[in-house]
Design a binder for this molecule. Structure first.
Ligand code: S3P
Length: 167
């Protein structure tokens, strides 16, 4: 199952909690890209630009899916991955469950500020809001939509497991 949504949505933290709850492996697509490239996401953006990052992201997703077989896994996608039509199409054609974790953009911005992660596409608050609004219609194509504001990581994970009929 794949977690999608904007930066700060909690895809990685909820993904990990959900994986622990289900006893499934957890994977973060950005970590796979960084391990393959031996560069951080910030370095890839700075040295090679966003189009190259998107190419690597798509290749990493393809790679992950081809190694999936019948095994079950919780995967956190980077904030822009599901917005790329070719990535969404890959997941859809594989019949994989997708969950959109949402929160108001002010809250997402605040959460990002509290994390020690360098996010190349998080600039000022206005740019962040605009990008969120332009992407939201894409995220809404996910199978499940969950509001996470005011919820704990554990309660969101429990809600997903229940929504997918996994507990
Ligand atoms: C991006 C989000 C990041 C990372 C990259 C691009 C985006 O992941 O993939 O910086 O386009 O929104 P997170 O959503 O985990 O921050």
């Amino acid at each position: 199952m794949f977690l999608v949504g904007f930066m700060g949505a909690g895809k990685s933290s909820v993904g990990l909690a959900l994986a622990n709850r289900l006893g499934w492996p957890f994977e973060d697509l950005d970590q796979r890209i960084q391990a393959q490239e031996k560069r951080t996401i910030e370095q890839i953006f700075r040295e090679s630009g966003e189009p190259e990052f998107r190419r690597l992201e798509h290749a990493a997703l393809r790679d992950l899916l081809s190694g999936l077989g019948a095994s079950r896994r919780v995967v956190a996608l980077g904030g822009g991955a599901f917005v790329q039509p070719e990535n969404a199409a890959l997941l859809e054609s594989a019949g994989l469950a997708t969950v959109f974790l949402d929160a108001p953009p002010e809250e997402l911005f605040r959460r990002c500020q509290q994390e020690p992660v360098d996010r190349p596409l998080r600039k000022d608050q206005e740019q962040f809001h605009r990008l969120y609004e332009s992407r939201r219609p894409h995220y809404l194509k996910a199978g499940i939509h969950l509001e996470t504001a005011g919820e704990t990581v554990e309660s969101v994970a429990a809600c997903i497991a229940q929504g997918l009929g996994l507990q």
